[in-house]
Design a binder for this molecule. Structure first.
Ligand code: TMP
Length: 209
């Protein structure tokens, strides 16, 4: 594996911020430059973790205790790390992941009010040294994002205050780790955002795309 930050890029943000579009564009750019790429998502990415995803995104808002919910996200993540993310990195691929552990801090911590120290302890235990080399936080006004969201599943139905809290959470997480996390204004044209992200990759990894 290369020295320096892992070639593991996570995309974070509230609902409807355009993460999947930017992941597709970046994957195409990396592939065109001759890099091997693994595109994946959380919760999910493996058969077992996709089953856990269904438990989390379907059903009523009050389906789970918040602690249960956080543990389910970390259970899915442990599978995903062991079976997809770490092997792909070891094989020299760039891993682009739609959401990762910052989503648990933002949604279950800032949004659902779980203890942030407990969530960080779980994160250290499950993620260990496989922290992303770069986290792109796509920032968009909550009302715009919810209006743009493609699905209306469990989290989208949790209310505007919940979504405001987690949006603030992402901004605080990014401010606390400016080396790894970069906030991108997601209200702009998709090509402009994509160019920004290519610039961030140049800054962080020293490669030109
Ligand atoms: P998606 O809509 O981006 O595919 O993600 C599924 C939902 O899961 C999304 O509403 C955010 C939520 N989520 C959490 O609450 N905690 C987590 O740790 C992750 C990865 C996602």
């Amino acid at each position: 594996m290369p020295a320096g930050p892992l070639h593991f890029i996570t995309f974070e943000g509230g609902e409807g911020a355009g993460k999947s579009t930017q992941i597709r564009l970046l994957a195409d750019t990396l592939l065109a430059a001759g890099h091997a790429v693994e595109v994946t998502r959380e919760p999910g990415g493996t058969e077992g973790a996709e089953q856990i995803r269904k438990l989390l995104v379907e059903g009523g808002a009050g389906r789970w205790q918040a602690e249960t919910e956080a543990l389910l996200h970390f259970a899915a993540r442990a599978e995903h790390l062991a079976r997809i993310i770490r092997p792909a990195l070891a094989a020299g691929k760039w891993v682009l992941c739609d959401r990762f552990a910052d989503s648990t801090l933002a949604y279950q911590g800032y949004g659902q009010g779980l203890d942030l120290d407990w969530l960080w302890a779980l994160r250290r235990h499950i993620v260990g040294a496989t922290e992303p080399g770069l986290t792109v936080v796509m920032d968009l006004a909550v009302e715009k994002g919810l209006a743009r969201a493609e699905t209306q599943q469990r989290y989208e139905r949790m209310g505007i205050d919940f979504h405001r809290r987690l949006g603030d959470g992402f901004r605080q997480l990014a401010a606390a780790d400016p080396e790894r996390c970069r906030i991108v204004d997601a209200a702009r044209e998709r090509a402009v955002i994509a160019a920004d992200i290519v610039g961030l990759i140049h800054q962080r990894f020293g490669i030109s795309l």
